[in-house]
Ligand binder design. Structure first.
Ligand code: SAH
Ligand code: SF4
Ligand code: F3S
Length: 469
């Protein structure tokens, strides 16, 4: 069994000392230095940005919520679909103007796009004002890379393919005082044929359980109420550790940590999820009654072409097993419309699957060819217009289902975490299953658990008031 490489703690200590050096360097000019961190993509990237902020805070930066006037801009990018890449290039392009107004500004681009050769080349040639580019595997070296840029004045490109490792001890500045992300593993080994993630994030590697549990203990002690365990495929947690631990075991351990908090996790892969996981979810009182279980396609032929490792029937079986144990489970999923070669009849199978399962919410995507993936090279005869029409049909049907599912909450009283206030003055809260509730109540209850009576519902959200005590 391959051992997951760990960055020696002394290396991270050295990075922290480099942060202090940068701090001293920045202090040579007067004024508080500001950093703006712009994050695209999934929760993994959000979690990475919190670590980058941890380093930046240690360097003495305070945070700004705009690139205008910031001394350092860090764009943490996503490569999952073409649309995401376009947005990043558009926004990085606009930074040329911001930098003209603020010539000392240091511009850094990191994340999944940065690990793609063609992106690095384009940044090098067409975006000369971008100072530092590094991929997700080198996140832990950010202080060293930034110091190199600051002391040499030269552009730094750290986009090479390095084997991923696990780094502990990087400081973190969290964005939300109640909800926290905890990465339990990095990378992906599944190579779904449409997906860029394994190429840009490297092979699967799990953190040691002691490190994860220590982090959760700290969060619980600090009063965090909602903790999400993150990985591209959390169900393969521990396979690379050779310690006989798996994800269900980890859930039990996290559940045993004292505190009033909910545990969520994502993403689960249907090929690795099963009765052991569902039994554990049912038995652990802190584990939220919600599962995000992407099915991607309702056609077994397409699933095979996607290299997903399960069939339509297997997926439906899983849902039945899950609901037998947790009848009120909130079930959400991802689906791709227009995978190359998907026929109209195969698309209809996707529609019939959402009809059979009735997901609470669905994230729908049109296939986007990603450079270097096997699906990029497949014949793709279906016209774009037909894909768009299918996409709209799927979306409309799912919206009806989501609306009906939400309607069924009306009149019920649920325990919710009140997490903020919307622009319209109403408070926002989340059910344990993660449904959004617009709450008519006083701001004093923000940050507390409340019994909420649901008074109304729409496709996207519930409406409620505090239940009489
Ligand atoms: N690891 C997670 C998903 C990560 S990406 C999992 O396996 O479920 C999130 C979603 O983006 C995927 O579930 C998929 O539905 C979608 N996606 C990934 N690559 C895509 C592509 N090339 N085109 C369209 N959608 C894609
Ligand atoms: Fe991509 Fe598949 Fe890995 Fe998810 S499991 S990140 S879809 S390759
Ligand atoms: Fe995007 Fe990378 Fe996440 S490609 S979806 S940010 S793993």
């Amino acid at each position: 069994m391959r051992q997951t490489p760990t960055i020696p703690p002394a290396e991270i200590t050295r990075q922290l000392a480099l942060c202090d050096q940068i701090h001293a360097l920045l202090d040579q000019t007067p004024g508080q230095k500001l950093a703006f961190v712009d994050t695209y993509g999934c929760q993994q990237n959000e979690a990475d940005s919190e670590r980058l902020r941890g380093y930046l805070a240690r360097m003495g930066y305070a945070f700004s919520d705009t690139e205008e006037g910031a001394d350092l801009v860090l764009v943490n990018t996503c490569a999952i679909r073409e649309h995401a890449e376009h947005r990043v290039f558009g926004n990085v392009g606009a930074l040329s103007h911001t930098k003209r107004r603020h010539p000392g500004q240091v511009i850094c681009v990191c994340g999944c796009m940065a690990r793609q050769e063609h992106v690095a080349q384009r940044l090098r040639q067409s975006f000369p004002y971008v100072d530092l580019v590094f991929g997700p595997q080198l996140l832990w070296q950010f202080p060293q890379l930034l110091l190199e840029k600051l002391t040499t004045g030269k552009r730094v490109f750290a986009t090479q393919d390095v084997p991923g490792a696990v780094a502990e001890g990087i400081p973190v500045v969290r964005q939300n005082p109640r909800k926290a992300w905890v990465s339990i593993m990095y990378g992906c080994n599944n190579f779904c044929t449409y997906c860029i993630v394994p190429y840009v994030r490297g092979r699967e590697r799990s953190r040691q359980p002691e490190d994860i549990l220590a982090e959760v203990r700290e969060l619980a002690a600090a009063g965090y109420q909602d903790i999400t365990l993150l990985g591209q495929n959390v169900n393969s947690y521990g396979k690379d550790l050779d310690r006989g631990v798996d994800f269900a075991w980890l859930l039990e351990q996290v559940n045993a940590i004292p505190g009033d908090f909910l545990i969520r996790f994502m993403t689960s892969h249907p090929k690795d999820a099963g009765e052991r996981l569902f039994d554990t979810m049912a038995a652990c009182e802190k584990v939220a009654p919600v599962l995000h279980l992407p099915f991607q396609s309702g056609s077994s032929r397409v699933l095979k072409a996607m290299n997903r490792g399960y069939t339509r029937e297997h997926y439906l079986d899983l849902v039945a097993q899950l609901r037998a144990r947790i009848p009120d489970i909130v079930l959400t999923s991802d689906v791709i419309v227009g995978f190359p070669g998907e026929t109209q009849a195969e698309f209809e199978e996707t529609l019939s699957l959402i009809e059979a399962v009735r997901f609470d919410a669905l994230f729908t995507f049109i296939f986007s060819p990603r450079r270097g993936t096997p699906a990029e090279k497949l014949d793709d005869p279906m016209p774009k217009e037909q894909k768009n029409a299918n996409f709209q049909r799927l979306l409309q049907r799912q919206n009806q289902i989501s609306g009906e599912k939400h309607q069924a909450y009306v009149g019920k009283t649920l325990r919710c975490l009140v997490d903020g206030q919307g622009e319209d003055g109403r408070l926002t809260a989340r059910t344990a299953g993660g449904r959004l509730v617009h709450l008519a109540a006083e701001p004093a209850v923000i940050g507390t658990w409340q019994e909420v009576r649901v008074t109304g519902a729409s496709t996207w959200a519930l409406f409620g008031e505090l239940a009489a005590r």
